[in-house]
Design a binder for this molecule. Sequence first.
Ligand code: GDP
Ligand code: IMO
Ligand code: MG
Length: 426
Amino acid sequence: MGKNKIIIGCQWGDEGKGKIVDLLAEKADITARFQGGANAGHTICVDDKKYILHLIPSGIIHPGKVCVIGNGVVLDPFAFKEELDFLVSQGIGYDNRLWVSPAANLVLPYHKLIDAVEEKNRGTEGLGTTKRGIGPAYVDKVARHGIRVADIFAPDRLKKRLEHQRKLKDKYLTGSDDERADLERTYKELLKLADLFKPLVVDISLLLAKAFKEGKSILFEGAQGSLLDVDLGTYPFATSSNTTIGGALTGLGVSHKMIDEVIGVVKAYTTRVGAGPFPTELVDEIGEQLRLHGDEYGASTGRPRRCGWLDLVVLRNSVRINGVDSIAITKLDVLDQLDEIKVCTGYQLNGNEMTEVPLDLAELGHVKPIYTTLKGWKSDTTGTTDFSQLPKDAQDYLNFIADDLGVKIRLVSTGAKRNETILISV
Ligand code: GDP
Ligand code: IMO
Ligand code: MG
């Protein structure tokens, strides 16, 4: 297994990345988040405890392990504090092992307000965002009037930049009685956080380069999924960051040479939360069954996730874009009760058959999936830790996926808990 691994979601997010990162973090020295923000919800279940992390890297649960947040993340400082307080209340400390880039852009209350207003204005064309202010914060970053972590320590500069926001966002802020529009309040609240952030801020690029030189191992934690990538996903039904591999390099300031193995996380079926095309979606009893058995409700927003069959066309695309070396297949146990399981191996569009995603991903809304039907195994795989102990039909299902994608299976997850996992050739 490669020393420095990157964990990337291969579908539309919620593939179970948090569980996989937590599992692999035990053997890594550093876990690094590089993009997205508190729109992410990464669930980790250890024994009877459940942690849902939004901003803090999933390696934090392991005592003594270092975690870093890169410049590519949009950081909601108030959500960050809440998450730290929660961890501390659970007996998980972060002194001298959590570091934040001063160049990370902040998600501030007005970004969340704007996110909500813009969603409302889109009406029936809404994207179904998490309303965590992600899009508006990345807009500010790219327009080069964002406010960054480093600005918290420079009160005069911060004040000036916030005042400038008033001009830029006049139509959202002026006359609003929403407290998120109150820039003076935001200013005061931000200054209160200076003491929290001050000891955490370091040059993340340098920290990682040094660690790499010293032979330490780094685990890169992706958020969202490849189909939500702002450039390569189902735009405009996407998030606002690069969720695919390039995001790790620009979001942390690291070289591609620091990544030895790309692990794609693949849920054994497909889910999507929010609007946008989803060719294999099941709006029937089986879809309901997947939602029920998979407990498919958003870890950040609680929204019910849309459920459907596994889509190999989508996965081929993610494997290619990210250079996936191996896959971690999660939630196999959720399929335990099905008589038969369908896998999408191609699409039909305007009378043509295709095995790759259409040039215009918006066309995904019009394709008709072509399915191969496999036999279900109809037995309980929950907690299985040995591949050979899986029913033959479950093994066939997994091998069918790996063969099609031309990648190795590194890991199969058979339950939410850390130990409910089959590790293959680690
Ligand atoms: P992430 O965003 O990719 O980290 O995934 P989420 O945490 O949003 O969603 C994955 C959900 O599935 C969480 O509730 C996990 O606890 C749960 N989960 C992960 N792996 C498995 C598994 O193998 N089986 C079952 N039943 N649940 C799992
Ligand atoms: P994790 O890391 C699933 C989706 C939202 C919406 C779209 C845009 O837990 O896998 P945004 O708030 O980012 O502007 O919303 O992206 N989305 C996610 N879906 N998992 C996530 O993160 C997501 N983060 C954003 O539902 O469709
Ligand atoms: Mg999630």
